[in-house]
Ligand binder design. Structure first.
Ligand code: ADP
Ligand code: MG
Length: 527
């Protein structure tokens, strides 16, 4: 007897419906966290990446009747979505405006749809999207669900009304099954860390506990928006090359190379072609499979292309990192550095490091590590991240005069169009030597400036202690002088004498005593 297997294919929606955990929706707690995260990331991509100072409000409400049901809404003042794209942007998995070589938070064309899909499976209410593009005369509203088998939107209701206030932006509302108790800490921390790297945003979060967290914009400065880039030859593969060839308008190989890639000009293209013996005038669309394979291999190997550039990246910048860390952590010391771009598999990567120390930061047994990839806070899998390896193994903190427990927070931001995440959750970065080195160099540079700060402070404290010890003796000295002076017909003014001696000592020890205004302030031993 023969068994007949049944074959069929499934749609992308169905795939993610069956494999929710891949996209970060493993259980109600994780799903609530991930939903908030995806919607905030879309809101930020629609604002700061287009030069708009973000105003974002997030609300998470508990359903009055149904247990474990939450209504999440996220509203932004971004570029909005053209009306005809709204259904697909929210109802077709793997539909995105971000499939270009430019640094964004979203990349998969999945986030918003996963939130809607998850809500649909667990609660069953349609998602509501309200949006207006810049200068749109109307505001559009859609209520929709996803046809999982067909991977397409089902529009349940739509409406539009005049845009009287000239609003632009997007609001998304979904009901999902969640677990606020178990996700609360992560959600709050996610928003707080987002606020650290977007000090130019207003972010308001309303929680199911009726708490309202407000992060005010503390600067109008924003990182320059990322620009779209052409691929670098070292970063391509066969499929990409085929797609590029099918889309190009160039008629010859030499023009194709010089026009469609970064790091390749006419001269370099000609040298490349000569080195590998290609025909410069062949139409790339006519190349055989063997010729294409040879071309991919040669493009990856030739080392005279210019280095990948980084205009399509949008680092936060040292100044904004300092502003963000200061505003949220209120430290006494803060410094940051943006490293020069390096190359990883044909893509430019920029690493940024910031350190905040002292002030309102609490004493911790190990460094507080704040990890970010393309401005997204990474909260899970910390111990398997290369940044953790650097701060916990590679760096000897004693060398920088830091002994734990210490009040220190270290921010590590990696941005690039190709980031070596570990695993599908995109929550930690793999041990790639070049990235490890960049993080380490960055941490060392800032730790050196922290060390200088700590040494200066220790010296000041030392001086202060010395000065105070001397000041403490002033009243006694004055008494002794009074004894000597008894033979003198003029009685001495003890207060005046005390004051004079005190002024002398203050002048000698300078700034360190600025908080002490009279010898009386230090009569109590300070130890
Ligand atoms: P991704 O962010 O990876 O592209 P999403 O499913 O999260 O995938 O979003 C799909 C697309 O919908 C985005 O590429 C973007 O064009 C559009 N979009 C989603 N949310 C917003 C928003 N708040 N403002 C403007 N456009 C948005
Ligand atoms: Mg997204």
């Amino acid at each position: 007897m023969s068994v007949m297997e049944k074959f069929r294919s499934i749609s992308p929606s169905e795939f993610f419906y069956r494999n929710k955990e891949i996209a970060g929706f493993a259980n109600p707690a994780r799903a609530l966290y991930q939903s908030v995260r995806e919607l905030i990331e879309n809101a930020l991509d629609a604002t700061d990446a287009h030069g708009i100072l973000p105003d974002i409000s997030i609300s998470i409400e508990r359903d009055a009747q149904k247990v474990n049901v939450y209504r999440i809404s996220v509203k932004d003042n971004g570029i909005g979505i053209p009306e005809n794209y709204i259904p697909d942007a929210f109802g077709r998995v793997l539909f995105s405006s971000k499939y270009v070589l430019r640094q964004t938070r979203g990349l998969f064309g999945l986030g918003a749809k996963m939130v809607i899909l998850y809500g649909q499976i667990t609660v069953g209410e349609p998602a509501e999207i309200i949006s207006a593009t810049i200068n749109s005369k109307k505001v559009y509203m859609y209520k929709l669900q996803i046809d999982i088998k067909e991977n397409k939107p089902i529009v349940i209701e739509k409406a539009s009304w005049p845009n009287k206030t000239g609003w632009h932006g997007t609001m998304v509302r979904v009901a999902i099954e969640g677990d606020w108790g178990k996700s609360k800490q992560k959600v709050l921390e996610y928003v707080r860390r987002t606020a650290i790297v977007t000090p130019y945003a207003n972010i308001v979060l309303k929680t199911p506990d009726e708490e309202i967290k407000v992060y005010h914009r503390v600067t109008d400065k924003m990182p320059p928006p990322p620009r779209e880039a052409k691929p670098h030859p070292h970063g391509i593969d066969m499929e990409m090359l085929k797609t590029m060839i099918s889309e190009t308008k160039m008629q010859t190989l030499v023009e194709f190379l010089a026009e469609e890639f970064q790091g390749v000009g006419r001269v370099i293209a000609e040298r490349f072609i000569q080195t590998y013996g290609f025909d410069p005038n062949v139409n790339p669309k006519t190349l055989s499979k063997e010729a294409l394979e040879k071309l991919v291999k040669a493009l990856k190997e030739f080392n005279e292309f210019r280095k990948p550039r980084s205009e399509h990246l949008s680092p936060i910048g040292a100044e904004l990192i300092r502003i963000g860390l200061s505003a949220i952590l209120r430290p006494e010391f803060v410094d940051a550095v943006t490293r020069k771009p390096v190359v990883y598999e044909g893509h430019a990567i920029v690493v940024e490091v910031g350190i905040a120390y002292g002030g309102a930061i609490e004493l911790l047994e190990e460094p507080l590590l704040l990890r970010f990839a393309n401005k997204i806070p990474l909260l899970y899998d910390e111990k398997s991240d290369v940044a953790w390896k650097v701060v916990s193994e590679n760096i000897d903190w004693n060398y920088y005069n830091i002994a734990f427990p210490a009040p220190i927070a270290i921010l590590v931001h990696i941005c690039g169009t190709k980031i070596p995440y570990k695993g599908l959750g995109k929550e930690s970065i793999a041990d790639v030597p070049i990235i490890e080195r960049e993080i380490e160099e960055g941490v060392r540079a800032i730790a050196r400036s922290l060390k200088l700060y700590i040494m200066r402070k220790q010296k000041e404290e030392e001086t202060m202690r010395k000065a105070i010890t001397i000041i403490k003796y002033i009243p006694e000295v004055v008494n002794a002088m009074a004894v000597f002076a008894r033979s003198n017909p003029e009685p001495i003014d003890r207060n005046l004498l005390e004051l004079k001696l005190f002024e002398l000592i203050k002048a000698r020890f300078g700034d360190t005593l600025k908080n002490i205004s009279s010898p009386r302030d230090v009569v109590m031993p300070i130890e």
